[in-house]
Design a protein. Structure first.
Length: 121
C-alpha cells in the first residue's frame, strides 16, 4: 500500500507541475529536500516565489487533501523555505505558500484540481 501511495503522490506532482506550467509559472525545483523535509514544487511567476505542497487523493472520505496539512508540516515547509532562499541567494521576491490538490477518479483517467494560493502564512 505504501508504494501505491508514493506512485499516486508522484503522479499527482507531475500533474501539478504541468498545471503550473500551463498557467504561466516557471518551475525552479521539484522535490526539494533537506533534513527538515520536502517541498513538492518551487516555482515563480513575476516577482512571486511559490512553495507548493501537492496533495493527491481519490476521495474525501478522510477529509479534503488540504485539511491533511498539519501545523508541523507548515512549520517544516517554512524552515525549508528559509534554507532554500539563503542557500540559493533569492532576493527581492515575494513569498507565497500554496496548496494544489489533485482528486483522481476511480472510473477513468479524469481528475480535478483545486489550487489554493496563499494557503498558509
Amino acid at each position: 500500500m505504501k508504494s501505491f501511495n508514493k506512485k499516486i503522490g508522484y503522479y499527482g506532482e507531475n500533474i501539478a507541475k504541468e498545471y503550473l506550467i500551463k498557467n504561466g509559472y516557471n518551475i525552479i525545483c521539484k522535490n526539494y529536500s533537506n533534513r527538515f523535509g520536502e517541498i513538492d514544487i518551487i516555482c515563480k511567476k513575476d516577482d512571486i516565489l511559490c512553495f507548493v505542497e501537492v496533495k493527491s487523493r481519490y476521495n474525501k472520505n478522510y477529509g479534503s487533501a488540504i485539511e491533511s496539512i498539519t501545523y508541523k508540516k507548515t512549520q517544516n515547509i517554512k524552515k525549508l523555505t528559509k534554507y532554500f532562499l539563503l542557500s540559493n541567494n533569492y532576493k527581492n521576491f515575494f513569498i507565497r505558500f500554496d496548496v494544489l490538490e489533485v482528486y483522481f477518479n476511480t472510473k477513468n483517467n479524469n481528475y480535478n484540481i483545486i489550487y489554493t494560493k496563499d494557503a498558509f502564512r
